[in-house]
Design a protein around this ligand. Sequence first.
Ligand code: ADP
Length: 408
Amino acid sequence: MKILVLNAGSSSQKSCLYNLSDSSSLPDRPPHPLWEATIDWTVSPDYGVMVVKANGEKCETYLESDRKTEAIAKMLQTLVTGETQVIDQLGEIDIAGHRVVHGGVRYSQATLITPEVKAAIAELIPLAPSHNPAHLRGIEAVESLLPDCPQVAVFDTAFHSQMPEKAALYPIPYSWFEQGVRRYGFHGTSHHYCAVRAAELMGKPLEDLKLITCHLGNGASLAAIANGISIDTTMGFTPLEGLMMGTRSGSIDPAIVLYLMREYQLDVDEIDRLLNKESGLKGISGKSADLRAIFQGIEQGEARSQLAFDVYIHRLRRSLGSMLGSLGGLDTLVFTAGVGENSALVRQKACEGWEFLGLKLDDGKNEESPVDVDIATADSTVRIYVIHTEEDWAIARQCWHLLVMYYT
Ligand code: ADP
């Protein structure tokens, strides 16, 4: 069985193809994709760079930015042509799964894409203006190239859909909640995958554990998980709430927005850009959204890089405390994504000072580039895991389940 996964971000398009030799069951561990492609739209306003890896080859192509749907079609053509060809025709693909950032309140699980689902994704564009249009482009590109291929939407919001109302509501007039202004949460596929994987590594049922999963990438969020359900998370109505991120502010006093509008006549689009693209690590350091560059700045004695890191850690620890408050206990702390998987210093700073709870990090294990490993000391009452997130594989797995359910 061949499963295509499309993972469209606000400024990138990632994709991969899995080939399951035995279609009747899923492998225990994620298989290596047969083909992987990424289009990075951040390199220039005029063009993007597509990198395709397959057959031990790596091919780079430049694509025009104003033709993004066509770019996806070009990306998919590399499956059947040139050095990265891995299949004879696109018709060999059995199913395509899309990561969709916003599913609103309607979608609490992976869903076969119908015209109604597409319309719902389009209706939700105001809630995810930089993501949902990119997902629709991917869906339409597959539709035109593979008209008979079933497509599945896997929503980032789905895992948080059972969050209790006390965590989902904002303390604003209730009528707004009735109109959809509520906390949705994001990164759900990653939080769920990591929680399931941690439970598996611990040899315990997920339902018996209280976990905090820390997805720390360019975007970052925490989830508090009890009985296998996300009961709280740091992102909210949009992925702007919560932790300080690469370029996003995370939570700020909403009155700051009013102040900027009233006193400086900033308009909505400008404030949107400032808070989403010019804040976070980049905003404070004035240097970069990438933590590796911030570390270099700190080594070179740059005070603003140090300040950016200090605020990042302070906000991470504060949010960890709030997730702890929601859970009322903790069995397992999980770190994942670019920062969570690679920065021993962030993990160390995040864990510091919680020893009174019985949480003890093993500094040696923490430094050893752990992957799917417990890095707590033997006597720690809280286990601490670094888990390599596998969002694409988690999407592929959901496609497999739907295909088996509907078509066999
Ligand atoms: P995305 O949210 O775009 O999927 P990733 O999960 O890939 O992002 O995380 C990307 C971020 O991970 C980079 O911007 C960088 O800040 C961080 N990162 C990657 N490697 C390291 C490292 N060795 N040390 C610190 N941060 C790292």
